[in-house]
Design a protein around this ligand. Structure first.
Ligand SMILES: NC(=O)c1ccc[n+]([C@@H]2O[C@H](COP(=O)([O-])OP(=O)(O)OC[C@H]3O[C@@H](n4cnc5c(N)ncnc54)[C@H](OP(=O)(O)O)[C@@H]3O)[C@@H](O)[C@H]2O)c1
Length: 316
C-alpha cells in the first residue's frame, strides 16, 4: 500500500480508503460479521483510511466499525476514522450532541476527520455559529481534523473565514470517470490549498467494474434504484468506456475497477478514492488499484472517451 498525508497535516493515510456506507440498509451489508470481514481485510492490506457517516444506517456503519476495530484488536493508531456530520445537525448545540454519540458508537476518544456531510441547506444556520462549535471540538481534542463534503467553493471560503486557529484538511465530492463536475472548480481548489480530495462513488456505484450492462443492471433493491448512471438513457452511452476499461484491464492484467480507480489516482496526487466494498474480495481488488500506473497514453484514451459521455440527471 502507498500512503500520503491527509491534506496539509502529518497524518498518514493510505492512497486508497474504504467507503463504509455499504454497512447500511441502503447497500445491504447489515450483517455485522460480513462488515467485520471487510474491515479485517482492509486492515490486512494496509488500508488505514475508513470513511463513514452518522447517517449511514443511522449509526449502524459507525457502530460496526467501532465493534470490529475492538474485536479485531486493531491498534487505534493504525486506523484513521473519517466520519461526517449531516447538514441538519450543523447548529451550535447539535454539533456537540452528534459528535458525542458518534464517538460512543465508534468507541474512540477522538474522531480523526470530521467532515461536514453537506451544507445546512434546509435550516440555514449561520455558518459562523456552527464553525465556532466545530472549532471548540478541535480545541478540546474530540476532533483532530475537519473536512467538507458537497460544499461549493463559496461556502468553503465562508466557513474557513470563521476559524481562528484551525482549517479544513479535505474535500469530499462525487467524482468518477462518468461524473466529472468536480474537476472544474473543486479539485483545483483542493490542489491550491493543500487539501486531500476524496472522490465518492469512485466506481460510479459499481458501474465501472464492468459487471453490469443495460440488459443486466443491478437488482435495484438498493440505493441504485434512483441512480442516474444506471438509468437506461445514460447507461446506453457507456459501452465505449466499458469496452475500453475491459481492454486495458487485459493489457495491464488488472480488472476494470482497478483501471477506473487508477485513472483517478493518476489524475492528481491529492486524490484519495474511497470505494465502497461489500466483500473482502472487493476490498482486495480495490487495494490492487495502487502500486502501478496507467501509461500517459492510456490515461488520455480514457480521458477522451469519458469526456464524450454526457449524463443527464433528469430521469423522471
Ligand atoms: N459524501 C457523500 O455525500 C457521499 C456520497 C456517497 C458515497 N460516499 C462515500 O463514498 C463511498 C463509496 O461510494 P459509493 O458506495 O456510493 O460507490 P462506489 O464506491 O463507486 O461503488 C461501490 C459499489 O460498487 C461495487 N464494487 C465495489 N468494489 C468492487 C469491485 N472491486 N468489483 C466489482 N464491484 C465492486 C459494490 O456493489 P455491488 O457489488 O452490489 O455492485 C459496492 O457496493 C461510500 O461507501 C461512502 O463512504 C459519500
Amino acid at each position: 500500500m502507498e500512503y500520503t498525508n491527509l491534506g496539509w497535516s502529518d497524518l498518514k493515510i493510505s492512497r486508497i480508503g474504504l467507503g463504509a456506507w455499504q454497512f447500511s440498509e441502503a447497500w445491504g451489508v447489515v450483517d455485522y460479521e460480513a462488515a467485520k470481514a471487510v474491515i479485517a481485510k482492509a486492515h490486512e492490506l494496509g488500508i488505514n483510511f475508513i470513511d463513514t457517516a452518522m447517517v449511514y444506517g443511522r449509526g449502524l456503519s459507525e457502530e460496526f466499525i467501532g465493534r470490529a476495530l475492538r474485536e479485531l484488536g486493531i491498534p487505534r493508531e493504525e486506523v484513521v476514522i473519517a466520519t461526517k456530520i449531516p447538514g441538519e445537525f450543523l447548529n451550535p448545540d447539535d454539533v456537540f450532541r452528534a459528535v458525542d454519540k458518534s464517538l460512543k458508537r465508534l468507541g474512540v476518544n477522538e474522531i480523526d476527520l470530521l467532515q461536514l456531510h453537506w451544507p445546512p441547506c434546509w435550516h440555514n444556520y449561520p455558518t459562523g455559529a456552527y464553525a465556532r462549535a466545530l472549532e471548540r471540538l478541535v480545541a478540546m481534542g474530540k476532533v483532530v481534523h475537519l473536512g467538507v463534503s458537497n460544499y461549493p467553493v463559496a461556502l468553503i471560503e465562508e466557513l474557513r473565514s470563521y476559524f481562528s486557529f484551525t482549517d479544513i484538511v479535505s474535500m469530499q465530492y462525487r467524482f468518477n470517470l462518468v461524473e466529472r463536475w468536480a474537476e472544474y472548480e473543486l479539485i483545483p481548489y483542493a490542489e491550491a490549498n493543500d487539501l486531500t480530495f476524496i472522490p465518492w462513488s469512485p466506481l460510479a456505484k459499481g458501474l465501472l467494474s464492468g459487471k453490469y450492462t443495460p440488459e443486466n443492471p443491478p437488482e435495484f433493491k438498493d440505493v441504485r434504484s434512483n441512480e442516474a448512471v444506471f438509468h437506461p438513457e445514460n447507461f446506453k452511452k457507456m459501452s465505449e468506456l466499458l469496452n475500453a476499461l475491459k481492454q486495458l484491464a487485459e493489457k495491464y492484467n488488472k480488472t476494470p475497477a482497478q483501471i477506473a480507480l487508477n485513472w483517478l489516482l493518476k489524475y492528481s496526487p491529492v486524490i484519495v478514492p474511497i470505494p465502497g466494498a461489500k466483500t473482502p474480495k472487493q476490498v482486495e481488488e480495490n487495494a490492487g488499484a495502487v502500486g502501478w500506473e496507467l501509461s500517459y497514453d492510456d490515461w488520455r484514451l480514457l480521458d477522451e472517451i469519458s469526456k464524450s459521455i454526457k449524463i443527464t440527471y433528469v430521469t423522471w
